[in-house]
Ligand binder design. Structure first.
Ligand code: ADP
Ligand code: MG
Length: 306
């Protein structure tokens, strides 16, 4: 799909609590993934822009958090710093490793902490070379519930509400929520402090509302303004990056005696709503990819990037 859209797959280790009989047989060769269905023994092959094998830490081919970041992160940052808007999503079933990959535990950080650290290092480096280079980074963080309520994760006291205004800045070509808290940040440590607090708030809010936190989408939105002077002319760039940990796609089944309880019905509705929103996202991405194969966009004009 070219430079504008890249799709990778990561296979996490088989978890101790998963039954051995359901252990899928997955093999990665270059960018191809071979999947053998344990029930039918049929083999399915898919190709990706990236394929990361994180099944077995003892093997040379094991894709650590660093390996994943080094493949995906620097390219997105290049685009972001050149003034393109970009987005990174993790998509998959609940338990497939989305949060591990995008956020990761403190002692084994995922893409977001690495990318943010890299971003500020690059900005500082440029500032050292060009004394009149100015930049501003802002962060906001948002949780989207399956009933379309939104919660501002940088405001501890905010409740998930329905009537937040989702707006499009047509001139700058990006989408944002008007009421969202936006914090200006001076370094990676400060930014990650906000993101960590937001993630903690996310868990508390989900638990209070009795919603499984894997049923919500979380978006960290970074905006970057850069001002520099190039051969006597002032250049101003503005770009937005969305880092999205999507709700888990669900296998929807209505079976067993529990399925008629109000609780089970609510869970079913939630799962259907999550799947619907993920299908819509896939359609949007497909449209963008189709448009991207006919057109190229210029910096600041939206679209581009990973
Ligand atoms: P999701 O966000 O998709 O629901 P998680 O990221 O929470 O899934 O991962 C589910 C479990 O699998 C967690 O216990 C996580 O630590 C573990 N896990 C996921 N990916 C990896 C990986 N690459 N290496 C080791 N453990 C992983
Ligand atoms: Mg998760």
């Amino acid at each position: 799909m070219g430079e504008r859209l890249k799709v990778g797959i990561r296979i996490r280790p088989h978890l101790a609590e998963q039954s051995e009989s359901h252990k899928p047989q997955l093999h990665i060769l270059n960018k191809d993934v071979y999947f053998k269905d344990p029930a039918t023994q049929n083999v399915d092959t898919r190709s990706f822009d990236y394929a990361f094998d994180s099944q077995d830490e003892t093997q040379d081919k094991y894709a650590s958090q660093a390996v994943v970041y080094d493949a995906v992160g620097p390219g997105i940052l290049d685009n972001f710093m050149q003034g393109f808007h970009c987005s990174l999503f993790t998509y998959g079933q609940t338990g497939s490793g989305k949060t591990h990959t995008i956020t990761g535990p403190q002692d084994n950080p995922g893409i977001v902490p690495r990318l943010v650290t890299d971003l500020f290092e690059r900005l500082e480096k440029r500032k050292q070379k060009e004394s009149d280079f100015k930049w501003e980074v802002q962060v906001s963080m948002l949780e989207v519930y399956s009933n379309e309520r939104l919660k501002d994760l940088l405001d501890k006291n905010s409740q998930p509400i329905r009537n937040m205004r989702i707006q499009q800045d047509k001139e700058l070509g990006y989408t944002y929520v008007k009421e969202m808290t936006r914090k200006s940040v001076k370094d990676a440590h400060q930014l990650l402090g906000y993101v960590n607090a937001g993630n903690a708030d996310r868990l508390v809010a989900s638990t209070k509302l009795n919603v499984n936190s894997s049923r919500t989408h979380t978006i960290v939105q970074l905006t970057l303004s850069q001002e520099s002077t190039l051969v006597g002319r002032k250049q101003i760039l503005f770009s937005v990056m969305n880092l999205v940990d999507l709700a888990g796609s669900e296998r929807v089944r209505r079976t067993g005696s529990l399925s008629n309880t109000p609780e089970a019905n609510l869970r079913l509705q939630e799962a259907v709503a999550v799947n619907q929103s993920l299908s819509n996202l896939v359609l949007c991405i497909q449209r963008l990819a189709d448009a991207g194969s006919h057109k190229t966009s210029s910096p600041g004009g939206g679209g581009g990037g990973g």
